[in-house]
Write a protein of this length. Structure first.
Length: 278
């Protein structure tokens, strides 16, 4: 039994692996970093918020005796992305996992802006961060992974990339989801499919994690309405996506690529599904 347990534990062992996490200063990005660091990974924390990344890096190094690297990253700047990749490669010699987690969701005021009046500049900025930034990260890291003939890419999409948000649940909560978020997250799912097929036979696995709503002090009425529409009857806790990330990053998912890993599906039309076609 002991030997079997040890073998199972090794499936999730990330010792010696280098993981880049974009948006590492955020609510979920920091959780991913903590879980992967605890599993033995060297974590590159990349975010426009360098100060917070530096704090998280120090905390993880002290807690897990791990080697980490904090990097300031601007996903709208190709040079910034290239510098991040080069610094990571120089520090750790390999890049084993890329988690494209960073995203522009817009502030409360912007999210409540009617679609008909939504500013083009904000739409374009979201496309630059949420989609083009991921494209560029995959390009730069993909070059290294092709040479290594080994690597994992995880694109973080969203429930709203699969189904359309029901605007009736938001009220005055300010939690409205803007059109650009659904558009970019849906695009990531298909980019994942493309890359999984494109790098077939190159030793690179590409998968998508699509989280649902996470509790973070939102308006009580919104939380109630959202929770009533989910299969589990509640929103996720921030640490509940560590397990899926560790699974997709590690050898536990060695035979999985082009996978869309989703939260419990919404029910009763929290979100309206598009009709499928042949």
């Amino acid at each position: 039994m002991m030997n079997k347990n040890m073998k199972n534990e090794k499936l999730f062992d990330m010792s010696g692996k280098t993981v880049i996490i974009t948006g590492a200063a955020g609510l979920l990005g920091s959780q991913y970093a903590e879980g992967l660091s605890a599993a033995g990974a060297n974590v590159v924390l990349a975010d426009i918020d360098y100060k917070t990344c530096k704090q998280i890096s120090s905390k993880l190094s002290d807690k897990n005796n791990s080697e980490n690297l904090a990097i300031k990253l601007d996903l709208t700047n190709k040079k910034s992305i290239q510098e991040m990749v080069n610094k990571s490669k120089k520090r750790f010699s390999s890049i084993d996992v890329l988690i494209n987690n960073a995203a522009d969701q817009g502030d409360s005021k912007l999210r409540k802006t009617p679609f008909e009046d939504f500013p083009l500049k904000n739409w374009n900025h979201a496309i630059d961060v949420n989609l083009t930034g991921v494209f560029l990260c995959c390009q730069e890291v993909g070059k290294i992974m092709v040479k290594q003939h080994d690597g994992v890419i995880i694109n973080i999409a969203s429930t709203y990339g699969i189904v359309g948000p029901d605007q009736r649940i938001y009220g005055k909560s300010g939690q409205n989801s803007a059109a650009f978020y659904a558009a970019t997250k849906g695009s990531l799912i298909n980019l994942t499919r493309y890359l999984a097929a494109y790098w077939q036979g190159k030793g690179i696995r590409v998968n998508t994690l699509s989280p649902g709503g996470v509790k973070k002090g939102q308006d009580k009425n919104f939380v109630k309405k959202y929770s009533q529409k989910t299969m589990l009857g509640r929103m996720a806790n921030k640490d509940e996506y560590i397990g899926p990330i560790l699974f997709l990053s590690s050898n536990a998912s060695s035979y999985m690529t082009c996978l869309l890993y989703t939260s419990p599906s919404p029910r009763d039309g929290l979100l309206s599904r598009m009709p499928s076609s042949a």
